[in-house]
Write a protein that binds this ligand. Structure first.
Ligand SMILES: [Fe+2]
Length: 159
């Protein structure tokens, strides 16, 4: 027996929003992996503060991945699984452990800006569909990535 979905959103609205959320999930996953990798590989006189800042940031993103994926499921769509499935859905490239600390932080800052743009597109789609729960989630993700970008920017000495 198939249990139908009646949450006040059409099938088209649900799948449209879920598709945008899937892009946010893939971008977020890529930034999570890079942040955790740079937490391990960052080097230099500021090692300890960068190492700790990146830990705060990867933990925050890790928790968000579950929220985004579960929102996609609540909309009735399946979540992609596996590294290559996610890699095909994002423009964010893997990190490079050879980079120096400022290059790592700058790259992450740009990646957060990429997620911000993707989350904003998802928010617009959710808003048009009248999907307040996804609007709320994307609003939270925008704030979190803007905060992360600010902290990286300020660590680099910019405002
Ligand atoms: Fe660690």
């Amino acid at each position: 027996m198939t249990a139908s979905i009646d949450t006040g959103l059409t099938q088209g609205e649900r799948s449209g929003v879920a598709q945008q959320l899937t892009k946010v999930l893939a971008d977020s996953y890529a930034v999570y992996l890079k942040t955790h990798g740079y937490h391990w590989n960052v080097r230099g006189p500021e090692f300890f503060s960068y190492h700790n800042l990146l830990e705060l940031q990867y933990r925050e993103i890790w928790a968000a991945l579950d929220d985004i994926a579960e929102r996609i499921r609540a909309l009735g769509e399946l979540v992609p699984q596996g590294g290559s499935a996610f890699a095909n859905l994002t423009s964010i490239k893997d990190g490079d452990p050879e980079k120096d600390a400022p290059e790592m932080l700058k790259e992450l800052m740009r990646d957060h800006e990429t997620v911000i743009a993707t989350a904003r597109a998802a928010l617009d789609e959710a808003d048009e569909a009248g999907d307040e729960a996804s609007v709320d989630l994307m609003t939270q993700r925008l704030a979190a990535h803007e905060k992360a970008a600010w902290m990286l920017r300020s660590s680099l000495g910019s405002r």
